[in-house]
Design a protein around this ligand. Structure first.
Ligand SMILES: [Mn+2]
Length: 372
């Protein structure tokens, strides 16, 4: 792999930020509410402890309805008196004008591997993204956990946390550039390597974190603490997170079976509508499973979520482009949005427009629509 450092100055700026944290500083963390966010955030917490003997003053994550840093987050950081903020796995420049307000009282270090989608006015915000200092590197495959692991390893020994970086890489489908590293981790913890990483114990750690958050987004602190406190991946698998995983798994199974009775089947159109109202956040997992279980069908899964009808569409054999099917079906309906890929797409509309959408979809398919 031809990955090269093309901007060593950026790494020096990172070093200066980390080493410049003083005993008087209060450090806040903002992290994405998914497994890569939890894993990278926990690596920051460990590194801070090892480099400076310091605990995080406050830890914040995405709020349920908005992506990224909001005015509310800035208030909370201010109230906590933080003077440095480190953010993980979130393109915080998306709300640059708000982060600029944060920078008025705290220096900010952004560790993230999403596309760059904005610029800051404040000078004391350091954007550490792989694409800013490396060449010949697919930044999507340098998940934030591995990035944080590599960056903070410049200043402390994190080798006992290598499994945390690996869990983040698996859940972000970002293993390919790091196979030597990852194989070493599997060997070290005596974990069997399988073709499907999600079937391995390290993949399961990622699933446990994900299921804990799906069970109740307020549980994210428990997921964070469990990863942070566990010395090995096996410890996470034997932790109380297991019960959330079991509950989620049971609900996914119930809904996977119930489509036979509760689905609205249209075999002549190779179509099934399935309206669900699950307790937990399982919709995207459910539509993935149903898409694979019925590869020759168009599966349209719907659920009401905060006054919107959300729809996720699957057509695994790609005989119809479901992204186009959603777009055409939504055409002209107020506030309806949809998009995605040929075999998998999602969108939402007003609940009162959903019957119109359904009739249109059936009519289009009857007339031979493929969208290809
Ligand atoms: Mn993420």
């Amino acid at each position: 792999m031809g990955m090269r450092v093309v901007s060593p100055e950026l790494l020096e700026q990172f070093d200066r930020f980390v080493l410049g944290i003083t005993p008087q500083d209060k450090v806040g963390l903002f992290y994405d509410d998914d497994p890569d966010g939890v894993c990278s955030g926990s690596l920051v917490a460990t590194a801070l402890e090892r480099i400076h003997g310091k605990q995080l003053t406050v830890r914040l994550t995405n709020d349920r309805s908005n992506y990224g840093i909001t005015e509310e987050h800035v208030k909370k950081f201010k109230r906590a008196g933080v003077t440095k903020v480190i953010t993980c796995d979130n393109a915080i420049e998306e709300t640059a004008h708000i982060v600029d307000k944060l920078a008025a009282f705290a220096d900010v270090l952004e560790i993230d591997n999403h596309a760059i989608c904005g610029t800051f006015k404040a000078k004391n915000i350091l954007m550490m993204k792989p694409q800013r200092y490396l060449s010949d590197m697919d930044y999507a495959k340098y998940c934030t956990s591995k990035l944080a692991y590599d960056l903070f390893s410049r200043h402390c020994n994190l080798t006992d946390r290598d499994w945390v970086a690996t869990v983040g890489s698996i859940t972000d489908i970002a293993t390919e550039p790091w196979m030597d590293f990852i194989k070493g981790v599997f060997k070290k913890y005596d974990i069997a390597l399988k073709k499907d990483f999600f079937k391995t114990d390290l993949g399961k750690v990622g699933i446990y974190i994900n299921d804990t958050i799906s069970f109740n987004s307020d549980n994210i602190d428990q997921a964070f603490d469990t990863v942070f406190m566990s010395a090995t991946p096996q410890e996470v698998l034997h932790s109380p997170l297991k019960k959330y995983h079991k509950a989620i798994e049971a609900e996914i199974q119930t809904f996977t079976k119930a489509i036979e009775q509760k689905g609205e089947w249209h075999p002549e159109l190779k179509l099934v509508f399935y309206h669900v109202q699950p307790h937990y956040r399982i919709k995207s997992a459910l539509s993935t499973i149903l898409g694979l279980k019925y590869p020759h069908l168009i599966v349209l899964l719907s659920a009401v979520d905060s006054d919107r009808m959300t729809i996720s569409a699957r057509c695994s054999d790609k005989h119809v482009a479901v992204n186009r099917l959603l777009q055409e079906g939504f055409k002209g309906l107020k506030d309806a949005v949809g998009g995605g890929h040929v075999p998998a797409a999602g969108g939402s509309c007003r609940p009162e427009d959903y019957p119109v959408f359904k009739d249109r979809v059936m009519k289009m398919l009857r007339e031979g629509f493929t969208g290809l």
